[in-house]
Design a protein around this ligand. Structure first.
Ligand code: NAI
Length: 383
């Protein structure tokens, strides 16, 4: 296949890496020559490191290089069968680009956007023949993370949906399909992992080192929420939360926190600036209170909030049960699918935790999804 990629930043480069590795001729264009040069350098350095580490044979390495084309002229994407846009997250800039792209590529070319927060339907409106427009949300780094969320716009035709799924599945990706709603699956369902952890910290129930310890040691998560926020970047994580909050017409469940906003304002963005919740320059001994009872309560509270999001997404037909669980295990490495986990803990137990929190705080943030209430009443499981 001929793959066209527009944008040679973090995502464009890692999607190109993946495609070229899967033996597809891949052309990358960026409107900034500097960005294109930087992206190329970054990718070639990574590839040569991987070859040194013997992740690729000489043959594989030379094939990947042969499959990669860096273009300064947008017309070089002309032959694309699949075009993936990965430029800055700006609706107007993206729409202008799609209008231009449509004039260059063939009518058969699938036009996909990797946006993480914009409406696919709104972007599709910039293309005349918009039945072939679709959202393909890859995860960072796209060459390693197996998940891709497929998001049909209102205008997308079935053929495009089926073809997109098939193409990605044949390349070995785990594909889930989701409705065009804010945050799709992962960025919506994962919000409480950060938000509720910060809330527990703000209330002074535990410090963030202890919360991270509990989520890893007792919850089985690979990284604690605060470590993960520092890793993602507090600026990026805060912005995703804020966007989801605004897009959901200020639903209190997604309310961002001042704690994280202040860190962002201070430039304490996390690992990339040497300081976030943690200090990576002057690493001091972590102050963890290894109280298992407290740890268990922390995990259950955050987990109940996560399950509530997953259950509500299912209730509102955002995606299937299976896809919601797959998205969280393959997209953000959760140890278990949240709905499966709810069955193990007991849907009634989860519901009770939420109801208790709702009673205690009288905040809409803790309102249980109607499906959990119904399932508890009727004593049914997700699977
Ligand atoms: P980035 O800032 O690293 O790269 C964006 C690139 O787009 C830059 O090289 C810039 O020169 C180029 N660009 C800007 N306007 C352009 C135009 N009109 N035509 C051609 N190139 C143009 O951004 P990043 O992080 O790679 O994100 C790209 C897209 O992927 C965004 O929509 C973002 O929401 C989405 N995304 C990002 C993820 C991440 O972890 N960074 C994860 C999943 C999706």
């Amino acid at each position: 296949m001929n793959i066209g990629i527009i944008g040679s930043g973090t995502m464009g480069i890692s999607i190109a890496h993946f495609m070229a590795q899967k033996n597809h001729s891949t052309t990358i264009f960026d409107s900034s020559k500097i960005s294109l040069k930087q992206g190329k350098k970054k990718l070639l350095t990574l590839l040569s490191k991987l070859k040194e580490k013997e992740k690729y044979t000489e043959k594989e390495y030379s094939n990947i290089l042969e499959n990669l084309n860096f273009a300064e002229d947008i017309k070089k994407i002309k032959k694309s069968d699949l075009l993936i846009e990965a430029i800055i997250e700006d609706s107007e800039v993206k729409k202008k680009l799609f209008t231009e792209v449509e004039k260059i590529v063939s009518k058969k070319c699938i036009i996909a956007t990797n946006t993480s927060s914009l409406s696919i339907t709104s972007l599709a409106s910039s293309v005349n023949e918009n039945g072939r427009f679709i959202g393909m949300h890859f995860f960072n780094p796209a060459n390693l993370m197996p998940l891709v969320e497929i998001i049909p716009a209102i205008q997308t035709n079935n053929k495009t949906v089926e073809e997109s799924k098939k193409i990605l599945q044949e390349m070995g990706k785990t594909v889930v399909t989701t409705k065009d709603t804010p945050g799709f699956i992962v960025n919506r369902v994962a919000r409480p992992f950060y938000g509720e952890a910060i809330r527990i910290f703000e209330e002074g129930l535990a410090n963030f080192e202890t919360i991270d310890w509990a989520m890893k040691e007792i919850g089985g998560f690979r990284m604690g929420p605060f470590e993960l926020m520092d890793f993602i970047g507090n600026d990026i994580n805060y912005t995703v939360t804020k966007t989801v909050f605004e897009e959901f017409y200020f639903d209190q469940r997604y309310k961002p926190s001042f704690t994280q906003k202040r860190l962002m304002e201070a430039g304490y963005l996390g690992k990339k600036t040497g300081r976030g919740f943690y200090n990576y320059i002057d690493e001091s001994e972590k102050n963890i209170s290894k109280n298992r009872e407290l740890g268990k309560n922390i995990v259950l509270r955050i987990l109940a909030m996560l399950v509530n999001e997953a259950a509500d997404a299912y209730y509102l037909n955002i995606a299937s049960k299976k896809d919601i669980d797959l998205a969280m295990t393959k997209g953000v490495n959760y140890p278990k699918g949240l709905l499966k986990w709810a069955d193990e803990i007991g849907v009634d137990t989860i519901f009770k935790i939420l109801e208790t929190l709702y009673d205690k705080y009288c905040e809409d943030r803790y309102r249980p999804s109607p499906i959990l209430r119904k399932m508890t009443k009727e004593n049914i499981k997700f699977y």
